[in-house]
Design a protein around this ligand. Structure first.
Ligand SMILES: C[S@@+](CC[C@H](N)C(=O)[O-])C[C@H]1O[C@@H](n2cnc3c(N)ncnc32)[C@H](O)[C@@H]1O
Length: 329
């Protein structure tokens, strides 16, 4: 085992396993490593066993990836249906979708406005745009997706595009920018007089799980603080109407779009896994925001996962939703 710097001398198979499991690599790599070691120990039987295990883990990982993709698609459907209902689009409308991400909602909007309409998605990340195009292609909907790379803080439309859209829409973008008003002002300028500006965003204060999983809310508060440390507003949802007003639009509607459920509705797993993925994805930022340490982080995640199996689990979240109208030039 001289390949492992600082590794103890291996005198038995148990030692070999102990060392292999201390190494922070994925299971496929670990089994390949063990197979390689068995080769040097001239043990063809164990080489075959570890190679089989590596293959099995590989298949398992692909299965996990497949399940994750299905879960994301379900989540998107769930979110998109309520967004579309609230948007109440008419055929032929021209829509600007700012911070369009992977473009699933952008495409759903394009389906809603039909071939006489137009949807333009603005997205900063070239990777997101490439993935959005790949997803659209996989669904045979490439022609529905018009994406342009751009920064919504410096919205750069062509001269003839300003004031031409019927609707400007943004979902989950204001929480990621340091100056949300700048974005809303640009959205107001982008629509025609009488056009609508529709914004959906989070107010992270509204998460409720009951009975509360041990340690989860402490973790959630640290997650919220990580937004603030990035210079973004984790409570921007409560400011949507105020932002529309400050940007010169007339706020006309204000609502919550519910996102939650309970044990027995067949979807609680989706909400729990989404929450866990979200927190796991922000692990380092949360730990940096303090005061949660790694052990408390892991314990709260485990408690939340276990909570998802309870027959009395109830989950509430909602995003803020507001609409305004451009009243003048
Ligand atoms: C959470 S995603 C939301 C995507 C989509 N609106 C949805 O609801 O599914 C936020 C997206 O905004 C993009 N974004 C963040 N800051 C941006 C900026 N300044 N200009 C353009 N896009 C930005 C990110 O790359 C990301 O794709």
């Amino acid at each position: 085992m001289s390949e492992f710097v600082g590794a103890p001398k291996i005198t038995s198979l148990a030692d070999l396993f102990a060392v292999a499991y201390q190494i922070e690599i994925d299971a496929v790599a670990r089994y390949k490593l063990l197979a390689g070691q068995m080769e040097t120990h001239n043990n063809p039987e164990l080489v075959a066993v570890f190679n089989d295990l590596a293959r099995a883990e590989g298949i398992h990982a692909e299965e996990i990836r497949r399940q994750a993709r299905r879960r994301l698609a379900l989540l998107n459907d769930l979110l998109n249906q309520s967004s579309l209902r609230a948007l109440a689009l008419k055929g032929g409308e021209r829509v600007l979708d700012v911070g369009a991400g992977l473009g699933q909602l952008t495409r759903a909007i394009a389906r809603a406005v039909g071939p006489a309409g137009r949807v333009l998605g603005i997205e900063r990340s070239a990777e997101q745009i490439a993935e959005a195009r790949r997803l659209a292609r996989a669904d045979g909907e490439e022609r529905l997706l018009e994406m342009r790379q751009g920064d919504v803080l410096e919205l750069d439309l062509a001269a003839g595009e300003w004031g031409s859209f019927d609707v400007a829409h943004a979902r989950f973008i204001l929480e990621h920018v340091p100056d949300p008003l700048r974005v809303v002002r640009a959205m107001v300028r982008a629509v025609r007089v009488g056009g609508r500006i529709v914004i959906e965003d989070d107010d992270h204060d509204v998460l409720r799980l009951w009975p509360e999983p041990a340690g989860l809310m402490e973790l959630w508060r640290a997650y919220i603080r990580s937004y603030e440390q990035n210079g973004n507003d984790p409570y921007v949802g409560r400011r949507l109407v105020a932002l529309l007003h400050a940007a010169g639009a007339l706020p006309t509607r204000n609502a919550w779009l519910f996102f939650g459920g309970c044990a027995g509705d067949g979807r609680i797993d989706l909400f729990v896994r989404n929450l866990v993925d979200l927190l796991e994805g922000a692990r380092e930022a949360i730990l940096a925001a303090g005061p949660v340490d790694r052990a408390r982080f892991d314990a709260a995640i485990a408690a939340t996962r276990a909570w998802g199996e309870r027959p009395d689990a109830a989950f509430w979240f909602a995003r803020c939703w507001a609409e305004g109208v451009r009243t003048g030039p």
